[in-house]
Structures are given as structure tokens and as C-alpha cells.
Write a protein that binds this ligand. Structure first.
Ligand code: CTP
Ligand code: MG
Length: 231
């Protein structure tokens, strides 16, 4: 089944502290936004992309899309001050007749066609699914630096994007969250909040989000590894 994608790219990258927002950072000469858009542009099942940018970077984004001739980027819309608001703005312009929508962070450029198709397949059945990987570290809950509890790791997942939903479900979830002034940490949490079950689909440890400068080191290694595979 075909899907639409909303790509939030309206953040400021404060934790990266690179002086530019994360989608413009280059990894081995390719801007992060190019790496991310290339995947969806080339994905057969992707019908259209909505790119969400900050108001002051909209022109830069339009020029970027034109330079690389992305034919699937149908709209570039301004985002909000929080990621959730940016996603909501993107969802508002996804065509009503799109059944499935994937929400994917611009700053997560290593997503693969394989994982997209696994996710889409699952969402057709369940209505809501996310990619996630088992947590590798032991996680403790602490107040200040006093451990309160060691959490059973076997039930913990580190959730990624894309997160995929039937369009009607995720729109309702975002509308309700906005009406309630509720701010969640991801889109799936808004869907959980209105009573839908979200399914986990096994992701991949390489599908990292570029958040701090350490992630750039790992990101470059992932790209080099992929280039080696192609050679
Ligand atoms: N994002 C967005 N609108 C916002 C905030 C974030 O569209 N108001 C996007 C970012 O551009 C990024 C994705 O959401 O692609 C994931 O957010 P995050 O990793 O937190 O990026 P930033 O908010 O840019 O980084 P930071 O939190 O360090 O400032
Ligand atoms: Mg942020």
C-alpha cells in the first residue's frame, strides 16, 4: 500500500550546537536532509512528501528541493516551536485520501527501504506502528543521584521514527492533543493517549537520530560502511 510522509525539519539543533540546524550538516559531503529525502524519493510506495521547515529557512528548503529535483516533495510548510506542532502542521496538508502516513525525523538519515516496508506492512494490519530497538544498557531510575529502581530491561524499547499511522487516527490524536494542550514525546504517545494500540516493529541500531556531535562520528561510520558494501 502507498503512503505519504511528513518530515519535520523545523528544529534548531540546540544539542548539536553546530551553528546550523541539523538537516544542513554534511556527512561525507552529503547534507543530512539529502540523505533522508533520497530514501523516500526513491521508495516505490511513497506517494508524496510534506517537508516542515522553520519559517526563516523555508526559502532555503524550497531552493534545496529544486536543486536536487525532488519530485515527491509536494508541500513545504512552516513548523512550530515544538516538534509536535511541526508534525501537526505537516499532517494538515496531507491529502484526505491518503490512507497511511509515515512521520519521520529529517535528522534520522539512515532509514532503509526494508524497514519502511516492514513498518508499512504492519500498519496496514494494526493502524499504528513504530520502529524500535531493544534497549542495550541497564536503565535505572534515580532521584538526583540516588537509585530508586533498576528497570527490567527485557520490556524496554528505544523508539525511533518512522512512526506510521492510518491518517485518520494520527490526525485525531494530534487534534485532541492540541485541544488539551498536551505535549507528548513522540507521535505514537498521542495515539496511545486516545486509546489505540501501537505495535512495535523491530528496527535497526543504525537508524540513529543525529542529536549530539558524537552521533556524527557514528553517522560517518555508517555511511562509510554502506559505501564499502556498494563498492
Ligand atoms: N523538529 C521540528 N520542529 C521543532 C523541533 C524539532 O520539525 N520545533 C524536528 C527536527 O528538525 C528534527 C526532528 O524534529 O528533524 C527531531 O527533533 P530533534 O532531534 O529534537 O531536533 P532539534 O529540535 O532540531 O534538536 P534540539 O532538540 O537539540 O534543539
Ligand atoms: Mg528538539
Amino acid at each position: 500500500m502507498n503512503y505519504w510522509t511528513v518530515i519535520p525539519a523545523a528544529g534548531q539543533g540546540k544539542r548539536m550546537n553546530a551553528g546550523i540546524s541539523k538537516q544542513w550538516i554534511e556527512l561525507l559531503g552529503s547534507p543530512v536532509l539529502k540523505l533522508t529525502l533520497d530514501v523516500f524519493e526513491k521508495d516505490q510506495a511513497c506517494s508524496g512528501i510534506v517537508l516542515v521547515g522553520s519559517e526563516r529557512e523555508l526559502k532555503q528548503m524550497q531552493d534545496f528541493v529544486q536543486t536536487f529535483q525532488y519530485t515527491k516533495v509536494r508541500q513545504i510548510v512552516p513548523g512550530g516551536s515544538e516538534r509536535q506542532q511541526s508534525v501537526f502542521e505537516g499532517l494538515k496538508v496531507v491529502p484526505e485520501d491518503a490512507e497511511l502516513v509515515l512521520i519521520h525525523d529529517a535528522a534520522r538519515p539512515f532509514i532503509t527501504h526494508h524497514h519502511i516496508s516492514q513498518l508499512v506492512e504492519n500498519t496496514i494490519e494494526t493502524g499504528s506502528a513504530v520502529l524500535a530497538v531493544p534497549v542495550k544498557d541497564t536503565v535505572k531510575r534515580a532521584i538526583q543521584n540516588q537509585v530508586e529502581e533498576t528497570i527490567d530491561r527485557s520490556s524496554l524499547w528505544a523508539v525511533q521514527t518512522p512512526q506510521a499511522f492510518r491518517l485518520s487516527i494520527v490526525k485525531e490524536a494530534h487534534e485532541k492533543a492540541a485541544a488539551d494542550h498536551y505535549l507528548g514525546t513522540d507521535d505514537a504517545s498521542l495515539v496511545e493517549r486516545i486509546g489505540h494500540t501501537v505495535t512495535i516493529v523491530m528496527g535497526d541500531y543504525h537508524n540513529i537520530k543525529l542529536t549530539t556531535s558524537d552521533d556524527l562520528l557514528f553517522g560517518q561510520a555508517i555511511l562509510l560502511d554502506r559505501q564499502g558494501e556498494k563498492a
